[in-house]
Design a protein around this ligand. Sequence first.
Ligand code: NDP
Ligand code: GDR
Length: 360
Amino acid sequence: MKRALITGVTGQDGAYLAELLLDKGYEVHGIKRRASSFNTKRIDHLYRDPHEAGVRFFLHHGDVTDSSSLIRIMQQVQPDEVYNLAAQSHVAVSFEQPEYTADTNALGTLRLLEAIRILGMQKRARFYQASTSEMYGMVQEIPQRETTPFYPRSPYAAAKLYAYWITVNYREAFGVHASNGILFNHESPVRGENFVTRKITRGLARIKLGLQSCLYLGNLDAKRDWGHARDYVIAQWLILQQDNPGDYVIASGHQYSVREFVAAVARAMEIELTWRGSGLDEQGVDANGRVIVAVDPRYFRPTEVDTLLGDASKAKRELGWEPSIGFDELVREMAHADLRAAQRDALITQHGYRADDFNE
Ligand code: NDP
Ligand code: GDR
């Protein structure tokens, strides 16, 4: 039985990847951070009581800013495959916490690679690094492929660029089977609520159910190449199944603006939406003339990545990977899930939920 270790197992990709590897018969170990409240919502459905027979999913407390925890866990688990998904993954937040972002995203990767080296596991453990299209930043070529030069535009992207190159270096210097997946944006119903797609599906669902009046967004002109996380974790796994390590762009090859994403979600939720004004005064108005989408400059970034579009033909050729879930299906799935959540919240509100009821 193959053994995998996933950092960032409590995140969007960690949850989908853990499920995929368990389905493939792996023993899966995940590293989670200690938190004052539960942070395992995305993986609770995979967790079994460790006292039961045949358990194949295990969680370990650790942190990628803490070498000793990584070395201990790596030594204990002896993984065949290590997936480094842990990161401070919010680009806008990285401008507020640049040092922490570098510690986690850049040095965290180095610490894991060093743990492999210190423990002499170069020949055993294959390493996957969650690299990102954000490294292309101010794009030098359209579409972006493995050979396109990088030009990071945020502390997040600069830290990820270090992680990319240290992964390449440990491959070349120490013979680690270490690979980068350069993944373009991928989303799902369990995407963090403050990334733009989920903010839109959640916000419009709450507006439709009368729980919120307006959705405030930043740059509506930004263009992204959006795919589904369920497809993209398959690529992560395929990359580690290759005889030779390498670097791969993983993308859908289609591009939409944030404004187009809003419009697609409105259609999926049967909300009539028309745009009026432009720039800071641009607004989305519903059938009753109410402003339900507005621009708030607080969500603008000091430096923006205006446009991303990936060319995943190397992944198709060498990995046999292609996305199976298109833009409309992604939007429908996310819209449906957030409408259900909003319906639940609306019911609770209508029937007079009082927090006090649960404190007595
Ligand atoms: P999430 O933000 O959903 O998950 C990040 C995970 O990292 C969480 O489990 C989080 O734990 C964990 N984490 C954060 N800091 C630390 C730390 N110091 N030590 C240990 N764990 C930590 O991200 P995604 O699942 O969307 O993305 C996975 C990876 O892929 C990230 O590295 C991201 O940068 C990268 N990426 C994502 C893309 C996307 O479109 N989703 C595209 C390209 C790359 P907790 O739950 O406790 O916060
Ligand atoms: P991104 O994702 O920065 O591409 O990073 P995000 O969804 O945060 O932003 C996408 C684009 O939408 C614009 N935008 C807004 N963004 C947010 N979060 N909130 C808003 O209100 C808003 N309004 C407009 C942004 O300016 C941006 O242009 C994601 C993360 O998952 C990274 O970890 C990953 O590496 C990249 O995708 C690929």
